[in-house]
Design a protein around this ligand. Structure first.
Ligand code: GLU
Length: 360
């Protein structure tokens, strides 16, 4: 039989022991993490969306990991965010980091549908090595099994994690850390929807700690050349799908509507449908830039040679098209659109645009 006060002490020691790996020692101040809420399923409670404040209060024990502050940027579905709001969001995060050198990380909540697009835009335009973590959820707060508070807490833990510094914008859902560059939504409903295709995840968020397995080598955030203090607006860039007998007049329609760039989501490694060639020629004649990507979901597209191979007779239209076409490397069509929008704010030079696609 254990003496009573001794037993009480033992219980306290055991309880502390179980909790210790996840606790910040009492004398240390937890890192400051700022939450910027934009809406999405994570907030979409029946009868009224959760506010940033309600999200911040939804995680018991969050203070162990971070001193959390919050703000409401928007409260809409992800696809309702406009390009102007993207610019404002990236500017806001840059401003937060410029104004507060002690801010450890930023977490952004988003709807999941176009989360990867918002995350990639921030990956290219937030110019600070400190982490920006984008989180969402697949089940809404009124659903049994809502995973939003758990995902948000994991996102906050990653934002507070020193190893997350320099990794660019990260997407955290379902205990997994993916790079904004590579991640894509692969399933309309399942919780494990966010995958980085053949590149794989960057790390995991486990009960005891946040673990990174690899880091990003492409340019992003602190090494990005896209400076929003000099970019006032983004040019229109449209994505057009290649499929059997796809008409070229959709390309022409995009050009006539004001597109400055066209991303072709080709069926394989860059070839377009024969019926689309006239549309592409129409675009190139009007100096509308074309980037080829693949709709297959995997693989890269190599840069096409700028000139026809020696001995090959090329028409004037073919030559012009080559001067206005670059390859989208391994970017998904929607991500290539974002990179092309930013590239076109700086240049129309084919070699420069190709360089940008190979470096980011
Ligand atoms: N899944 C939707 C999105 O991506 C959420 C819908 C909503 O928040 O209304 O934003």
């Amino acid at each position: 039989m254990i003496h009573r006060p001794l037993r009480a002490h033992l219980l306290i020691v055991l309880a502390l022991g179980a909790a210790l790996p996840t606790l910040v020692p009492a004398q240390e101040v937890a890192p400051h993490v700022h939450l910027v809420a934009t809406g999405g399923t994570i907030s979409n409670r029946e009868g009224g969306r959760l506010s940033a404040e309600e999200l911040a209060k939804s995680m018991p024990g969050v203070e162990r990991y971070a001193r959390l502050t919050h703000e409401q940027f928007a409260n809409v579905a992800s696809s309702a965010l406009t390009l102007e709001q993207w610019l404002a969001l990236a500017r806001r995060i840059n401003e937060l980091y410029l104004d507060d050198k002690d801010l450890a990380g930023v977490v952004v909540t988003s709807g999941t549908d176009t989360l990867e697009e918002t995350a990639f835009f921030l990956h290219l335009t937030v110019r600070d090595p400190r982490p920006v973590v984008v989180v969402g959820s697949m089940r809404n707060p009124s659903t049994l099994g809502y995973e939003g508070a758990a995902n948000l807490l994991e996102g906050i833990r990653v934002a507070a994690e020193p190893a997350a510094r320099g990794q660019g914008v990260l997407v955290v859902l379902n205990d997994e850390i993916n790079s904004a560059r590579d991640v894509t939504k692969t399933d309309a409903l399942r919780l494990h929807t966010f995958r980085s295709r053949e590149h794989g995840l960057l790390g995991v968020v486990d009960r005891d700690r946040v673990v990174f397995y690899r880091s990003m080598v492409q340019k992003h955030t602190a090494t990005s050349e896209f400076d929003l203090t000099t970019i006032k607006a983004l040019p229109r860039v449209d994505v057009i799908l290649v499929y059997q007998d796809a008409p070229g007049d959709l390309i022409k329609a995009a050009v006539d509507a004001g597109a400055k760039g066209i991303v072709m989501a080709t069926a394989g490694a860059g070839a377009t449908s024969g019926t689309q060639v006239q549309g592409l020629d129409y675009a190139a004649e009007r100096r509308v830039f074309i980037v080829t990507t693949t709709r297959t979901g995997e693989g890269r597209i190599a840069a096409p040679p700028p000139n026809p191979p020696a001995g090959v007779q090329a028409s004037e239209a073919q030559r012009r098209r080559r001067q206005f076409t670059a390859a989208g490397e391994d970017h998904m069509p929607v991500k290539a659109r974002i990179l092309l929008m930013l590239a076109l704010t700086k240049t129309q030079d084919r070699a420069e645009i190709q360089r940008i696609f190979s470096e980011y």
